[in-house]
Design a protein around this ligand. Structure first.
Ligand code: PLP
Length: 432
């Protein structure tokens, strides 16, 4: 499928060349638009709530570089802080006070975090936290949920089995069976399945890791009692509870999903927003557990660029902007208007759909629902989503190019942007 109503000559030229240079033409798979069809647009610049592509088309953006742009792209205060930091050099590979500042902000904000270690991506944070879970408990098995993404490390790339509880089989060639044989999976929002796994694997489970609000299988909030139940089960079995808040941290609430739902895990992983658009990840939690990390303790984990001064600067400034009064009320208001509006438009135009939002994260599935887990999400009409996505793109609205991704809003989105988006959605859905 080729774009029809907008000129995308340059995007197509560049993407065609890219396919010869890089696998699939991209640096990360979903960017290639495989699951929605058509070619991706190639970005030239971003500002506020908007993207401009290389052909000069402007789009309202609901991806926000997959989450970090919560204050809007290229926020002037972030940019000027970066300019100042740049003058002092791009990398130290040594302690800097900027790390203390961001660490203190994270510790103050996130209930579970008493100590933190900075890394360069969410993937790295999740890899490290897994090693730490195993070291602390001296157990090897972990439980993850079908449809939850914890980065691309071997141990997390487990095909989500449809059974209640299946031993993990690798999801990608190149992942050895041994790497995932200790990864147990359960359907999201299914406490009974988790309970059964704990019974079958007594004293062997190091912990449970999950997205406290799922964003990587589409947007799926936790059912009432699910997070509480996991907290109780992990306590009962001497296992750790880990919230992967790479997506939800500083987005669902300033203190993340754990603040929003009042459930405190033992460990937390972070990324995306915390780097304000530069490459940062972090993991943290209870002081007794974090003290096992080298050089305080024996669990090895390191990074040449970790705690990078530019990345710390962007993170600090972004969190400062988020601390301003009314921020999360504004995010909630604008996102509700969008999510409710999309659902209403879908219903008015006769499409089976369901969806919801929390704070600055939203989703819309083309299925009557309800969606409690990945199996439910997979009932969505992905062909319809692909056509919807293309129609929206042609009308200047940039949505995540997959039915199974959450949407993101920012402080830069205006009521006018939302109204324009809903009008475009009505137009597209009426024609499908
Ligand atoms: C994005 C994401 C990751 C991986 O982070 P990267 O920075 O892409 O490596 C891990 N967990 C969750 C929940 C994510 O959304």
């Amino acid at each position: 499928m080729v774009n029809t109503t907008i000129k995308t000559t340059k995007s197509q030229e560049i993407f065609t060349a890219a396919q010869n240079l890089m696998p699939g033409g991209v640096s990360s798979p979903v960017r290639a638009f495989k699951s929605v069809g058509g070619q991706p647009i190639v970005f030239d610049r971003v500002n506020g709530a908007y993207i401009w592509d290389v052909d000069g088309n402007k789009y309202i953006d609901y991806v926000g570089t997959w989450g970090p742009a919560i204050c809007g792209h290229a926020h002037p205060e972030v940019i000027s802080a970066l300019h100042a930091a740049l003058e002092k050099g791009t990398s130290f590979g040594a302690p800097s006070v900027l790390e203390n500042v961001l660490a203190e902000m994270v510790i103050d904000a996130v209930p579970s975090i008493e100590m933190v270690r900075f890394v360069n991506s969410g993937t790295e944070a999740c890899m490290a936290v897994l090693r730490l879970m195993r070291a602390f408990t001296n157990r090897e098995k972990i439980i993850k949920f079908e449809g939850c993404y914890h980065g691309h490390a071997d141990m997390f790339l487990v095909k989500a089995g449809s059974g209640v509880a299946t031993l993990g089989l690798p999801d990608s060639p190149g992942v050895p069976k041994s790497a995932t044989s200790s990864t147990l999976t359960a359907p999201y929002n299914d406490l009974e399945a988790v309970k059964a796994l704990f019974e079958e694997n007594r004293d062997q489970i190091a912990g449970v890791i999950l997205e406290p609000v799922v964003g990587n299988a589409g947007f799926i909030p936790p059912d009432a009692g699910f997070l509480e139940g996991l907290r109780e089960l992990t306590h009962e079995h001497g296992a750790l509870l880990v919230f992967d808040e790479v997506m939800t941290g500083f987005r669902i609430a300033y203190g993340g999903a754990q603040e929003k739902f009042g459930i405190t895990p033992d460990l937390t992983t972070m990324g995306k927003v915390i780097g304000g658009g530069l490459p940062v990840g972090a993991y943290g939690g209870r002081r007794d557990i974090m003290s096992m990390i080298a050089p305080a303790g024996p669990v090895y984990q390191a990074g040449t660029l970790s705690g990078n001064p530019l990345a710390m600067t962007a993170g600090i400034k972004t969190l400062k902007l988020l601390q301003k009064p009314g921020t999360y009320e504004q995010l909630e208001r604008i996102t509700k208007k969008l999510a409710d509006g999309l659902l209403k438009v879908a219903q008015e135009t006769g499409h089976a759909a369901c969806g919801s939002h929390i704070s600055a994260m939203f989703g819309l599935f083309f299925t009557s629902g309800p969606v409690h887990n990945y199996e439910d999400a997979k009932k969505s009409d992905t062909t319809k989503f692909g056509r919807f996505h293309r129609g929206m793109l042609e009308r200047g609205i940039y949505l995540a190019p997959s039915q199974f991704e959450a949407g993101f809003t920012s402080l830069a989105h205006t009521d006018e942007d939302i109204e324009q988006t809903l009008a475009a959605a009505k137009d597209v859905l009426s024609s499908l």
